[in-house]
Design a protein around this ligand. Structure first.
Ligand code: PLP
Length: 425
């Protein structure tokens, strides 16, 4: 997937190369299946001996274009699209950490991921230990067990806005012989490229900035092709797969064993692939990723600076602010901008915050982030409401926290909207 183009060019051009006379724009291949001239062609596909598509639960040309664009943008060797970000994280973990395994996760994660890790993975036989992102090497190592198989973190945690210390987590993962899986949803590959910073697998909720227009739920997993699955901890990669006549992923698919196994086992068996229509919309969304991420980041910084000065605001969290606790890490790992999400609290508390949210005119209350339209949400009563008080604290969600996803409208209009709403209380 690698080429010499810069990321802006890959956002526009990578993924789909039309043949002579073919449609200029990637077509929506709304077909469940594909037609072959002879039975042997299909047998070869089933045996993974020939490339091609046979059934759209496993691969599809439109989804493939989206996968190829994502692999090029992240600088990985292959990508696999999924029906949602939740699926992407679930199968990325299960692919290398089956039942009986253990995961170390940096806390401050998206609430849905916390629930998945604490309860649902447990039901599937996988234990997760949360560590503070600021924990020392020794504190993190003290949680490693003989069955630990993965370290997991978000680049820019939702909504705690903690910036991952790649140097520390990447170094530890390497030393321990464990893959580092990074959920890169909030920065998108335009603002951060985790493979260059020590990650081995990258996941996304493509529902967010990748689509960018709030049209399609989706997820994607990118294989960095930079992890040694033969280090003795991952027999599913090095021993014959009985469901494919004994093929061995690290031998038969040397370049991208993780992505291949993910597709032919987990996507095949769970039936959780992305639909062609969603892939088309996400692929189109990516064409403006670089422009949108720049504007989201500029607007979010301007709004954060405005809110910081407002006498009705008690606190603001945005890693781009000079006095933010994450600013040093942000300068190191997010030099092009800190994305479009910021959090703040209104003086008085949650009730006053709710009044401000209700008075906003341009910014809408929606259960979403990363849309071109500015929106707000109160995590404690919405996205994170299933979490206990203790889990809310660990996720960095205080009762008064308002999360703003700053859109790409004119910043003067966005600021004016927050100003009028704050001045009403
Ligand atoms: N990861 C992060 C960082 C998220 O913010 C979200 C959703 O908000 C998810 C994963 C889950 O993605 P989806 O809603 O597409 O399933």
């Amino acid at each position: 997937m690698s080429n010499s183009w810069k990321i802006e060019t890959n956002a526009v051009q990578a993924g789909y190369e039309p043949a002579n006379g073919a449609p200029r724009v990637v077509p929506i291949c709304q077909s469940t299946t594909y037609k072959y001239d002879d039975a042997q062609s299909v047998a070869d596909l089933f045996d993974l001996k020939a490339p091609g598509h046979m059934y759209s639960r496993i691969s599809n040309p439109t989804v493939e274009a989206f996968e190829n664009k994502m692999a090029a943008l992240e600088g990985g060797v292959a990508a696999v699209a999924a029906s949602s970000g939740q699926t992407a994280n679930t199968i990325a973990i299960m692919n290398c950490c089956p039942a009986g395994g253990h995961v170390i996760a940096a806390s401050g994660l998206y609430g849905g991921t916390v629930n998945l890790f604490k309860f649902t993975l447990k039901k599937m036989g996988v234990d997760v230990t949360f560590v503070e992102p600021t924990a020392t090497d020794d504190e993190i190592k003290a949680n490693v067990r003989p069955n630990t198989r993965v370290i997991f973190a978000e680049t820019l945690a939702n909504p705690a806005l903690k910036v991952l210390d790649f140097e520390k987590f990447g170094r530890l993962a390497k030393e321990l012989g464990l893959p580092l899986i990074v959920d890169n949803t909030f920065p998108s590959p335009f603002l951060c490229r985790p493979f260059e910073l020590g990650a081995n697998i990258v996941t996304h909720s493509s529902t967010k900035y990748i689509d960018g227009h709030a049209t399609s739920v989706g997820g994607v997993i990118i294989d960095g092709g930079n992890f040694d699955w033969t280090n003795g901890k991952f027999p599913e990669f090095t021993e014959p797969d009985v469901t494919y006549h004994g093929l061995i992923y690290t031998k038969d698919f040397k370049d991208a064993p993780f992505a291949t196994k993910l597709r032919v086992q987990w996507i095949r068996d769970l039936g959780s692939y992305m639909s062609p229509m969603n892939a088309f919309l996400s692929h189109t969304g990516l064409e403006t990723l670089h422009l949108r991420m720049e504007r989201h980041s500029q607007n979010a910084l301007r709004l954060a600076e405005f809110l910081e000065q407002h006498d009705k605001v008690s606190w603001v969290k945005y890693p781009g602010l000079k006095n933010d606790s994450e600013h040093e890490l942000a300068k190191k790992y997010l030099p092009k901008g800190c994305s479009g999400v910021l959090c703040f609290g209104v003086k008085g508390g949650a009730k006053e915050g709710e009044a401000v949210m209700n008075s906003l005119k341009l910014a809408a209350i929606v259960v979403h982030v990363a849309d071109v339209r500015t929106c707000v949400l109160h995590p404690a009563s919405m996205t994170h409401r299933q979490l206990s008080e203790e889990a809310l604290k660990a996720a960095g969600v205080s009762p008064d926290l308002i999360r703003v996803s700053v859109g790409i409208e004119n910043i003067d209009d966005i600021i004016a909207d927050f100003d009028q709403a704050l001045n009403l209380i």
